[in-house]
Design a protein around this ligand. Structure first.
Ligand code: G3P
Ligand code: MG
Length: 244
């Protein structure tokens, strides 16, 4: 398998990020997988939203963690993007898993626990993936090194990725020591060296967020295992036409 195309927060160039509309579109565009971000509500329901604050992508204010799911499900998560998307709500992780379960799509659940270290987030997400029998096609990722460790302790066989946007000469070795199987790196950190080092250490490399044609070509040329893109349709066309 060449480079896999993960729709970043769904097909988020064309539909409001982290909504069922964006996930449906990514599926229609034949992405190989979907990346999404998970946080916990006040009553510990895992929901899919990127920012800790509600204001950018919903009509709510304040922090996700301060509201119950019952309160958050009343918010509009689509109108900020365009009135044709009003009525979209913040999906729960469970809704998403039920939807993706039998589709030919891989899954990347990013635990958003680098700013707020949600208690038990690892276990809650892991347990639900297990219940839906989705562990085999899922990679769990986080910017929080402690969380990589906690995930590894839950199950040493699941795929865990350390996310990073910072330069670090020892990135591959330190990620390995934490127990990660993959690196999810910011595009500017992508070099042939990191690919080589990761291959030697038997670690996968996926790159975010790859939206322009030159960055898509470079990721494919260097043999990344995956890209995260807001434009899965464009990435698919490039792959079909130039990397058959
Ligand atoms: O998981 C890849 C990417 O989504 C990480 O950054 O801020 O877009 O969640 P962010
Ligand atoms: Mg993300």
């Amino acid at each position: 398998m060449g480079t896999e195309i993960y729709a970043h927060r769904g097909a988020s160039k064309y539909a409001p990020e982290n909504t069922m509309a964006a996930f449906e579109l990514a599926y229609k565009m034949q992405a190989d997988g979907i990346e999404t971000d998970v946080q916990l509500t006040k009553d510990n329901i895992p929901i899919l939203i990127h920012d800790e604050k509600l204001s950018r992508t919903t009509n709510g204010i304040g922090l996700v963690k301060d509201y119950t799911y019952h309160e958050l499900k009343e918010l509009d998560a689509g109108n900020w993007f365009g009135n044709n998307y009003s009525g979209q709500i913040i999906p729960t992780l469970e809704e998403f898993l039920a939807w993706v379960r039998y589709k030919p799509l891989k899954v990347n659940i990013e635990l958003k626990n680098n700013k707020i270290d949600y208690k038990n987030l690892e276990f809650i997400v892991y347990d639900m993936l297990k219940a839906y029998k989705l562990l085999d096609k899922t990679v769990l990722s986080t910017f929080n090194p402690l969380s990589v460790n906690r995930l590894k302790a839950l199950n040493q066989y699941i795929e865990i990725a350390l996310l990073t946007s910072r330069k670090n000469k020892n990135l591959v070795t330190s990620a390995r020591h934490l127990g990660a199987n993959a690196l999810h790196i910011k595009y500017r950190l992508l070099t042939s060296r990191i690919i080589e080092e990761s291959k030697m250490a038997n670690m996968k490399v996926r790159v975010y967020t790859v939206n322009t044609s030159p960055s898509i070509y470079k990721s494919f040329d260097l043999g990344c295992n995956g890209i995260f893109t807001d434009v899965p349709d464009i990435a698919r066309t490039i792959r079909r036409e130039h990397y058959p």
